[in-house]
Design a protein around this ligand. Structure first.
Ligand code: AMP
Length: 475
């Protein structure tokens, strides 16, 4: 059964068309997208005749050894990396999904969440469909197989018209790569190209959630897959189809706030510029007299650079992050206060002692990390700690593919800003305004964003959750 907590997953996707070592490019692409999901990863390949796949739990670099990659050679590949809250069945839900269907071989990898998967699945099950796991992506595979349309792109369009929500998809048949995006363009999906080497005629066409994947494999960014578009890349070349009429664009603003890498271009905008502008805007909206601006690494770094530049207060790395923290650590039996956070972050006493500190982070979710970090900065001798958050209070869960806890665990949904300040133990606390956030991320013109996590106004119906939860538990 799908349950509401299965909706929360974060993913990255990549696809390679026509390269003698497509599996290796997919592997490198996934490596660059590792921040989008660290639980499982997989690659499916085709050499034109045979499809192969390997997926497992863990990090990309650990799963894909030289030996594993040598077993899945191909000229076409798609890859997926995933973090999900799904428990035991996590490997079963890992992607890509590879099936043999009446439309031939289909492999699919999905970033985003459908909001009507339960309802569609119930309909399909009543017609006799059998599901292997509980990911919403499997619903799309069934709809493609059941479509009466003759060609694969038409069947995909038919399937995608029946689902609602967020989906950036890469798919592979034996000889084609197909990329598609939902009509509102919630999650990013970029297309790039590696020019054919001398003597060869065909360029390699690539797709990825973020352009930082292109940088690693030497591809140049060409354009985004547009909301409502299906791009088919095959032996005949590249073609574009629109399966859906235009809907208002609702690209996820949290990609710019936190989720994407700052070296990526997402929704045709450099994440770095958005994030630095978030910090500048925050300094204009919520100034404070202080001696140093300190980021919570890594999520607060770029906004802190902006805050420091705008305010004229010096930027300092007052917290140092240990990048080599795995999933579990053995804790001494006499437990250490804030052990989890201390494993990851340590304050620099010589920088903080006696100082009035502006502490910058991108968001407060449950508030537990912020509380520990503020305590840590104080214990390193800071005189004052002023917390500044580079987005508005997070008051509503995301149903479109960003992992967020339920509303009753979101501190800002349940406490006032003053109560949060008191809870985290800061001398002052301020968040960026919604209008400041949108301005910093370049809203206007072609771009409009989904900011449901800050407003509770969802651009779609949330059909599945409405069906799972009793009315009293909604919103
Ligand atoms: P919390 O202790 O729950 O308030 O956690 C806040 C921290 O979680 C901040 O440093 C954020 O950068 C980070 N964060 C925010 N959203 C997410 C997310 N969807 N997944 C993982 N980390 C997040």
């Amino acid at each position: 059964m799908l349950t509401s907590d299965k909706f929360h997953d974060e993913c990255g996707v990549v696809a390679i068309f026509s390269h003698p070592e497509a599996e290796k490019l997919a592997y490198l692409g996934l490596h660059a997208l590792q921040h989008r999901g660290q639980e499982s990863a997989g690659i499916a390949t085709s050499d034109g005749l045979t499809s192969r796949m390997h997926k497992a739990m863990g990090l990309v670099a650990d799963i894909f050894t030289e030996e594993v990659l040598s077993k899945i050679p191909g000229t076409l590949a798609i890859g997926h990396t995933r973090y999900s809250t799904a428990g035991d069945s996590a490997l079963l839900n890992a992607q890509p999904i590879l099936v043999q269907s009446n439309k031939g071989t289909i492999a699919i990898a999905h970033n985003g969440n459908l909001v009507n998967a339960l309802r569609v699945r119930a309909r399909l099950e009543s017609q006799g469909s059998i599901f292997q796991a509980n990911s919403d992506t499997e619903v799309i595979v069934h709809l493609i197989a059941l479509s009466r349309e003759q060609t694969l792109p038409e069947a995909i369009g038919d399937a995608l018209r029946q689902v609602e929500g967020a989906f950036s998809l890469v798919m592979m048949s034996l000889d084609r790569i197909i990329a598609a995006r939902d009509p509102r363009g919630f999650r990013p999906l970029a297309m790039g190209r590696i020019p054919a080497p001398k003597g060869q005629t065909r360029d390699t066409i690539v797709f990825a959630s973020e352009t930082c994947a292109f940088d690693l494999i030497g591809a140049s960014y060409e354009r985004d897959v547009k909301p409502g578009e299906i791009v088919v890349v095959g032996p005949e070349g590249v073609s574009s189809h629109f399966y859906s009429s235009n809907r208002p664009q609702s690209s996820c603003i949290f990609e710019h706030v936190y989720f994407s890498r700052p070296d990526s271009v997402v929704f045709e905008r450099a994440v770095q510029s958005s994030r630095e502008e978030l910090g500048r805007q925050l300094a204009r909206e919520a100034p404070v007299e202080a001696d140093v601006v300190v980021p919570v690494p890594d999520s607060g770094v770029t906004a802190a650079v902006g805050y420091a530049a705008e305010s004229g207060i010096p930027f300092r790395f007052g917290l140092i992050r240990n990048h080599y923290v795995g999933r579990t650590f053995i804790e001494p039996s006499q437990s250490v206060r804030d052990f989890g956070v201390k494993l990851k972050l340590n304050p620099v006493r010589s920088l903080l002692e006696g100082k009035r500190v502006v502490l910058i982070d991108d968001s407060i979710v449950r508030g537990t990390t912020s509380k520990k970090i503020v305590r840590m900065i104080r214990s390193a001798g800071a005189r004052e700690v002023h917390m500044r958050i580079s987005c508005p209070p997070t008051i509503s869960p995301c149903y479109y593919g960003v992992d967020t806890p339920s509303k009753n665990q979101l501190i800002a949904a349940n406490k006032s800003i003053e109560e949060i300040r008191d809870y985290i133990g800061a001398d002052s606390l301020a968040y960026l305004s919604l209008s400041g956030l949108k301005r910093a991320c370049g809203e206007g013109g072609k771009t409009s964003y989904c900011s449901a996590c800050y407003t509770g106004n969802y651009p779609t119906e949330i059909i599945d959750v409405e069906e799972i939860l009793p009315a009293s538990a909604r919103r």
